[in-house]
Design a binder for this molecule. Sequence first.
Ligand code: NAD
Length: 471
Amino acid sequence: MRSIEHIYIDGQFVTPHGTESFDLHNPATGEVIGQVRLADEEDARAAIAAAKRAFPAFSQTNTEERIAILHRLRDAMAAHRNDLLEAVVEEYGAPASRAAFMVDHPINVFSEAADLLGEYPFVRRMGAAEVKMEPLGVAGLITPWNSNAGFICGKLATAIAAGSTAVIKPSEMSAIQTQIVTEALHAAGLPAGVFNIITGRGEVVGREISTHPDIAKISFTGSTAVGKSILRAAADTMKRVTLELGGKSPTLILDDADLTQAISLAVNAAFMNSGQACIAGTRLLAPFSRLAEIEALATAAVEQVKAGDPRDPATQVGPMVSRKQWERVQSYIRQGIEEGAALLAGGAGKPEGTTGWFVRPTLFTGVRNDMAIAREEIFGPVLSIIPYQDEEEAIAIANDTVYGLQAYVLSGDRDRARSVADRIVAGRVLINTLAHEPKAPFGGFKQSGIGREYGPFGLEAFLEPKSLLGV
Ligand code: NAD
């Protein structure tokens, strides 16, 4: 049984003022594996004050100094890789292939930020003016549970690259992973207060960060509902806000696609991270002319997806993170059936032989885009086939959503796929690939968010331009 008793403020592990104890679970068994003592508003204020004290000196560091710091952070995370890997499997239930990404990504983000810093022009001439990009102040970084270390480190790497100090509020459900990340980052030996990590409830610590006048910027990843409340809360003090929110990404299979490849990619896009991914391709748009083939291939593929023990190397889909999340996914599966969608694979209940919060990988067909399973983010391994007549209709269905985070276009003709991709309203469109490009901006159109992360766009979200004339 793990007991996490400390938060990290001003370069030290300290006992929180908050006293609430929160149970931590192994989602593969449903068992309680530990407790975390949660921070409260007073802890949040102490962390913000520490970050504010650290800001004047840190914001004056030069690029070389910050590159060296980012390399130290990368090395420190790499030294804790094995501990983090174990925690990612135990506390989150990530299957092996996903778990490896979840521990390598938070290492790599520091090198990527260092590389970017080496080439980013902080000072530019624009006409008669010299334009200087300056760090905007203390950043509040609020992160979800579905890639805990990745979001903490990705946001922190960018804040550090910009010369900002940070207060980080991770999900309360990821406290064991956060403890390991905090120990790693502490070992990098940064000046006290540059980053502070306080695990607490969203409506307590997250709320304090979103309203506090000494927070200049919020970078939030999480649900669209919470993102909206953060945006409202931030308005009074005019905080700069980056929001990475939900998605309902379409996978458009065009009628010329090689279906064997396309279905394999589409199923991976849908079930990545056990379906708990904002970028999951959960709406599979299939041409009527090839619907029967697509249904047969997709059914076979989904039936083969192994959901179960994350420690079994054959497992592709691990458990849902919590009972609440499991119940939410179950209720969407029931709703899909009630609304008249046809079940091709999976369904309600747990896969045979499992006791934890496992969902049966589920495939629906005959889904209309106005059904709840096509409109709302399920955040579990549930894929819906939506038939379309022609390319125009496919594009219209793809764009008929309040979200706009990601889309996938699968076709045998690159030019045709490209012209379809150009018409999709989404922050990222992947053509015949599931690749990630860390230099490119990541984020959503419409209610998938505001702003972008990664690369120069991500860095600029932590900077303010200042024009100097007469110089
Ligand atoms: P969530 O919105 O409930 O919580 C995210 C974080 O916000 C947590 O740390 C939580 O404690 C905190 N929070 C909750 N209420 C708050 C409040 N009132 N003020 C401030 N902070 C508050 O989301 P979740 O359930 O942890 O994560 C799942 C959601 O995240 C999904 O909707 C998913 O699409 C989204 N997500 C988006 C991306 C992306 O990059 N676009 C990536 C991963 C997850």
